[in-house]
Design a protein around this ligand. Sequence first.
Ligand SMILES: Nc1ncnc2c1ncn2[C@@H]1O[C@H](COP(=O)(O)OP(=O)(O)OP(=O)(O)O)[C@@H](O)[C@H]1O
Length: 305
Amino acid sequence: MIEVRGVTKQFTETKALDDLTFSAKPGRVTGFLGPNGAGKTTTLRVILGLVAPTHGTATIGGRHFTDLPSPMREVGALLDAHALHGGRRVQDHLRCLATSNAIPPHRVNEVLDLVGLGDVADRRIRTFSLGMYQRLGIAAALLGDPATIIFDEPNNGLDPEGILWVRTLIRCLADEGRAVLVSSHQMNEMALTADRLVIIGKGRLLEDTSTEALLASRPVSSVLVRSAQTAHLASLLTEAGASVQAAPDRSLRVTGMDCATIGQIAAGHSVALSELAPRRATLEDVFMQLTRNSVQFGGTQGAAR
Ligand SMILES: Nc1ncnc2c1ncn2[C@@H]1O[C@H](COP(=O)(O)OP(=O)(O)OP(=O)(O)O)[C@@H](O)[C@H]1O
């Protein structure tokens, strides 16, 4: 279990983390989300003992990373997949890591096969594509068969097949009882995998919730209505104060009125409905809403002059 308690990190000019508290429990995928510059990587680096917090503590299984007797057997981390010696052969890189961490050598081939790099084990790392680097980073993270996994943006550079593979792998790792913490700024992708979503902005906790609860809390943005009497129904609903738009597929998009009221009005005028469905905001909408005041590098709309 990863526990981050009241962590603040003040760099010279930037407060990257501000009293941040959350945990990532065993058997769960915890999605760690935030816009660019929100402090995700800094948090992961604090957990991994690479950055000292100004205040607060971050522990793995109750201990600081630096106090773990065999770190790679306890925590597997993918941070910067490119921070590697490009001249080395893939297998040699992993063998070296295994030897220096007292990990049995047979794990090297196991993890290479697991990430789909078994056939390129003899290649030099610098010949790899972005996606292959990611896979190699994941192989290194899994080498020690750790109970805690930390992945920073594991989908970087992966094609759709690779993204699906990461999604399945992450799920399997959690189902085996591991605590899996995954950072991302792709809310929809995280919602497909994570059990829990921790969302930060400008270093502060904005939301710590189950994916299920967040999905259920999405506000209804409009109601889709279908009927054989579209025009009649549209005028009835407009008269009652709703905004009604006719869609090209002959359905109506109604805003400003809930399903129950629409149903009552239709029934009161003997208009038969074939569909009446609330349309909820997308998760990306919820994410943008939550982080609206925390976006640092938002850019401007329209063409640059
Ligand atoms: N070593 C450092 N020295 C000074 N400022 C830093 C340092 N590392 C990070 N920061 C600042 O801390 C803030 C958080 O950065 P961080 O990389 O943790 O964000 P992030 O959420 O991972 O962003 P991204 O999604 O863009 O990778 C940023 O404003 C960044 O510029």
